[in-house]
Ligand binder design. Structure first.
Ligand SMILES: [Fe+2]
Length: 364
C-alpha cells in the first residue's frame, strides 16, 4: 500500500510547471515526476517477446557472405535486435546476440576486448575457435566461452559454412563505460597448448596442484555438446521431471560452482516429447535456442497478451523479464534440447522470489 501511494501521480499546477522549467535550466529535475517509472511495483521491461527462424537468418547470412569477407567485416554477424529495443544492438535489456558466419577458408582475425562472449554452434563443424593460445574444434551444440580480454580468432578449414550464435554482455560493459579492445598484428594467434588442454586441467574433477581460485569466468572454454547431451540422456532415465523445467542444468565454472560466465548465465534443458511445462516467470530475461526437436512456447506479457512462438531446431526466441512462459515439446520422435542464454538473475527478496513456478495458477 505504501508503495502504491508513492506511485500516485502528482497534480500539475502553473506554479509547479514554472518551478520545473526554472530548475531544468540548471540540469535539475523533480524526482516525484519520474519515480513511478524508476521504481516500478514489478519489472517493466521494454524488451518484447521475439523470435527468429534460422532458415531466414541463414539465407541472409549467405547473402552477406557474397557482400563482405569475414576479414573485412572483422566479424560477419547479423545482430538480433529485440523489436522493443531497436537501434540499440540488444536482444534483451542487458544482452547482445547475433549470428556469425565463417565461410570455408576464412579467418575472423584475432582480437580481444573487455566484453565476455559465448558461442553456441548452430550449424557446421570442423571450424575452430582459438582462445588464449589454445584451439578448440567446433561442433553443433557446443558452448564455447571467450573470457574478457582473452585473445580470440575463428577459422574455418572445413568445406562447409559454419554458423553460430554469438552472445555478449555488450550492454553491461556499455552501461559501465568500460569498453576496451585491441587487435593482434597477425590474423591467427600463436598456438601455445594442445587442443583439450584446458578440459584436462580443469574439466575432469581435478585441478593443478597449485591452482589459485580467482576470476569470474570458467577456465574450461568449450563445453562439448556430445558430453552435455550424454549427461542429460543418463539423467532422463530416472524419470524425474520438474513441472516448470523438465530437466534443466546450469553450465558452471567447475572451480567455483557459479555460472560459467559472470555476466551471462547459460543452461541446457531437455523436455521429453509431448511434455508441456507449467507456467514460469523470472527476472532472468532469456534467449532460447532449440538444438534438437520442435515445439512451441507461449509467452504472456504483463497485460496478459499471449505470444505464441512455433520453433524448430536452431531457431532463436526471447522470453523477457517477468513474462510468463510455457513450453510445449512436439510429439515427434525426438526429445527437445534447449540452450538458454540468460542474465544471471537477481536474488531480490520479493514474495515468492524472483523465479516462480506458477503450477497452481496454470492448473486452476
Ligand atoms: Fe570478439
Amino acid at each position: 500500500m505504501q508503495l502504491d501511494a508513492i506511485m500516485a501521480p502528482t497534480a500539475d499546477t502553473p506554479e509547479r510547471r514554472a518551478f520545473y522549467d526554472k530548475i531544468d535550466k540548471k540540469n535539475l529535475t523533480a524526482l516525484w515526476l519520474s519515480l513511478a517509472e524508476l521504481v516500478t511495483p514489478e519489472p517493466k521491461s521494454a524488451c518484447a517477446p521475439a523470435s527468429w527462424r534460422f532458415n531466414d537468418i541463414r539465407e541472409y547470412m549467405l547473402e552477406a557472405g557474397n557482400l563482405i569477407t569475414a576479414k573485412e567485416a572483422e566479424r560477419r554477424v547479423l545482430v538480433l535486435e529485440n523489436p522493443g529495443l531497436r537501434g540499440q544492438s540488444k536482444i534483451t535489456t542487458d544482452m547482445y546476440a547475433g549470428v556469425q558466419l565463417v565461410l570455408p577458408g576464412e579467418v575472423a582475425p584475432a582480437h580481444r576486448h573487455t566484453q565476455s562472449a559465448l558461442r553456441f554452434v548452430l550449424e557446421g563443424q570442423g571450424a575452430y575457435t582459438a582462445v588464449n593460445g589454445e584451439r578448440t574444434v567446433m561442433h553443433e551444440g557446443d558452448f564455447i566461452i571467450t573470457p574478457p580480454w582473452a585473445w580470440h580468432d575463428h577459422g574455418n578449414p572445413s568445406s562447409d559454412p559454419i554458423f553460430w550464435l554469438d552472445g555478449l554482455d555488450i550492454p553491461v560493459v556499455q552501461f559501465l563505460d568500460a569498453s576496451f579492445a585491441e587487435h593482434l598484428d597477425v590474423d591467427e594467434q600463436p598456438i601455445l597448448r594442445p587442443e583439450g588442454d584446458c578440459q584436462a586441467r580443469y574439466g575432469a574433477n581435478l585441478l593443478p596442484v597449485d591452482h589459485k581460485t580467482g576470476g569470474g569466468t570458467s577456465p574450461v572454454f568449450n563445453y562439448p555438446y556430445a558430453r552435455t547431451r550424454e549427461v542429460l540422456e543418463k539423467m532422463r532415465r530416472s524419470g524425474q521431471w520438474d513441472p516448470c523445467h523438465g530437466l534443466k542444468m546450469r553450465y558452471v565454472n567447475p572451480i567455483t560452482g557459479n555460472h560459467a560466465m559472470a555476466t551471462m548465465a547459460t543452461f541446457i534443458q531437455l523436455l521429453p516429447k509431448g511434455f508441456s511445462t507449467s507456467a514460469y516467470r523470472s527476472t532472468d530475461a532469456t534467449v532460447v535456442v532449440p538444438i534438437e526437436g520442435r515445439g512451441r512456447s507461449v509467452v504472456t506479457n504483463r497485460a496478459g497478451e499471449d505470444f505464441v512462438i512455433e520453433w524448430t531446431k536452431r531457431d532463436i526466441f526471447v522470453v523477457p523479464s517477468w513474462h510468463r512462459v510455457r513450453h510445449e515439446a512436439g510429439g515427434g520422435r525426438r526429445a527437445v534440447f534447449l540452450f538458454r542464454q540468460a542474465n544471471p538473475g537477481s536474488s531480490a527478496p520479493v514474495p515468492g522470489g524472483p523465479r516462480q513456478c506458477l503450477r497452481a495458477k496454470t492448473n486452476s
